[in-house]
Design a protein around this ligand. Structure first.
Ligand code: BES
Ligand code: MN
Ligand code: ZN
Length: 496
């Protein structure tokens, strides 16, 4: 479903959503409907004690002269109705419509003069948020209909700036496609989405103009990727490395690189995880999912930048062939690693993926994304992804891009002490640190695979962000699609 934009009067069918401003009453849109219905909206608002506070709403059913279901949605004060408030409005309307048996949603936009954003951008964001919030992962539900398995066939945004809004929306539709791809990947169970089938999903992106290359175990062995291959060696599924390349920038321009942890299932390996909630580890490929969705978004909107996305795809299983605690592996970089806990596997996958992307593509900047540590949940819960980098400007730029799209980052420390923590008595390093600051020792491990004097590098630990335990303004619970908007915005601001 792609939203449409129209200047026409609101329909008299389906669900119609109107914004109502706190302390300022009805805007033009609501006032129009109120008049057409002989005052039904203002009577309903009064009866419900509804005054337009953010995150409140009131239904008006069966009024004459207007649609049978009008939802008044509180959006706060008109002077604070910015892009974020527009997203909250679009998302709330979409969520409400999904709880009905109706298939069509119309959202009305006022031509606000008080805010510092063009009405066309507000309208575009409203449609974008309505689409994002309408996502469902129902492919495995064979029963149920109507509001049990809801979908919106039509979303129309009604406002004066319709033509301009439609043009502004075009890029956002590509971004929503990318977010949906990431949510799909994150939601798929591991019996369906394993390294080979994940790589196949990457390959399908060739239709968007991406160049896709997939390496198998034989090729990775030749390249010396002992760290990544060690993680996958206990699985009957072959490990893969998928590379997606977008060349929308100048020929001579070196790319920026996105690298994702794609552990399609993480049992912990021989250092087996406890059974409770182990099913969550189907989304241990959330970093790779974000990179794949971001590449789809960037290609879909034909970004004028050179970007390469690399995802390391493995399954971490206990098995007779699995790697053991105490094993020593040699990474593609030549550095050796003593594996003291086979459950600290994400960093091993990233070590070789990071080295590969530097050798092959000489990127100027690298962002890796990974559901890397439980410790980041202890620090930041579900509000912020952890950001680790030693480059001040890179940190600021990423934080700014994230803030602009509502994907927040919080900078975490990355010190020499964390690096000291991963010294091994028998190899160049061990794959775990001590008891404390587990997210920082993991980052210190990754840093050892960034070449000196080479790319600027940032690591995002998204373990708390890849999966939603409850609905948000723009997403139902389940796969969040976190990272797609952030990476896209970063490219838009700092690489185009
Ligand atoms: N995939 C997990 C981290 C994780 C935990 C992601 C919870 C999402 C939710 C990672 O591979 C892992 O197992 N990390 C260990 C590291 C430890 C063994 C040093 C952890 O965090 O406990
Ligand atoms: Mn693990
Ligand atoms: Zn993991």
């Amino acid at each position: 479903m792609t939203p449409t934009f129209s200047r026409a009067a609101p329909p008299k069918s389906g669900v119609v959503a109107v914004p109502v401003y706190q302390d300022a009453g009805f805007g033009e849109a609501a006032a129009g409907l109120d008049q057409a219905s002989g005052g039904a909206l203002s009577r309903a608002a009064k009866a419900a004690g509804f005054v337009g506070k953010p995150a409140t709403q009131a239904d008006v059913f069966g009024a004459e002269g207007i649609a049978p279901h009008v939802v008044l949605i509180g959006v706060g004060k008109p002077e604070t109705f910015d892009l974020k408030a527009a997203e909250a409005f679009g998302g709330a309307a979409s969520a409400r419509a999904l709880k009905t048996d109706q298939k069509a949603l119309a959202l009305l936009v006022d031509d606000l003069e008080a805010v510092d954003v063009e009405p066309a951008d507000l309208a575009a964001r409203i449609g974008f948020a309505a689409r994002l919030r309408s996502y469902r992962f129902d492919k495995y539900r064979t029963t149920g209909e109507g509001s049990e398995k809801p979908s919106l066939a039509k979303v129309a945004v009604h406002g004066a700036a319709a033509t301009a809004a439609k043009a502004r929306y075009a890029d956002l539709d590509a971004i929503a496609d990318g977010v949906f791809l990431t949510r799909d990947l994150v939601s798929e169970p591991a019996n369906v989405l394993y390294p080979e089938s994940f790589a196949e999903r990457c390959r399908e992106l060739e239709s968007l103009g991406l160049e896709v290359e997939v390496l198998g175990e034989a090729q990775m062995k030749k390249l010396g990727m002992g760290a990544l291959l060690g993680v996958g060696q206990g699985s009957v599924r072959e490990s893969k490395l998928a590379v997606m390349k977008w060349s929308g920038g100048k020929k001579a321009q070196k790319p920026i690189a996105f690298v994702g942890k794609g552990v399609c299932f993480d049992t912990g390996g021989i250092s087996l995880k406890p059974p409770a909630n182990m099913e969550d580890m189907k989304w241990d490929m959330g970093g790779a999912g974000a990179v794949t969705g971001a590449m789809a978004a960037i290609a879909g909107r034909k970004a004028k930048a050179n970007v390469v996305g690399v995802v390391g795809l493995v399954e971490n299983m206990p098995d007779g062939a699995a790697q053991r605690p105490g094993d020593v592996v040699t990474s593609m970089s030549g550095q050796t690693i003593e594996i003291l806990n086979t459950d600290a596997e994400g960093r091993l996958v990233l070590a070789d993926a990071l080295w590969y992307v530097q050798e092959k593509y000489k990127p100027t900047r690298i962002v890796d994304l990974a559901t890397l540590t439980g410790a980041i949940l202890v620090s930041l819960a579900h509000e912020y992804a952890g950001l680790f980098t030693n480059d001040e400007e890179f940190a600021e730029d990423l934080i700014a891009a994230g803030a602009a799209v509502g994907e927040k980052l919080w900078r975490m420390p990355l010190d020499k002490s964390h690096d000291d923590d991963i010294k091994s008595p028998i190899a160049d390093m061990k794959n775990i640190g001590g008891r404390w600051a587990g997210s920082s020792t993991a980052a210190a491990f990754l840093k050892r695979f960034i070449k000196d004097g080479g790319a600027e590098w940032a690591h995002l630990d998204i373990a708390g962000m890849a999966w939603l335990d409850k609905d948000t303004a723009t997403a139902p619970k389940g796969g969040a699609g976190f990272g797609v908007r952030l990476l896209d915005e970063y490219v838009r601001r700092f690489a185009e």
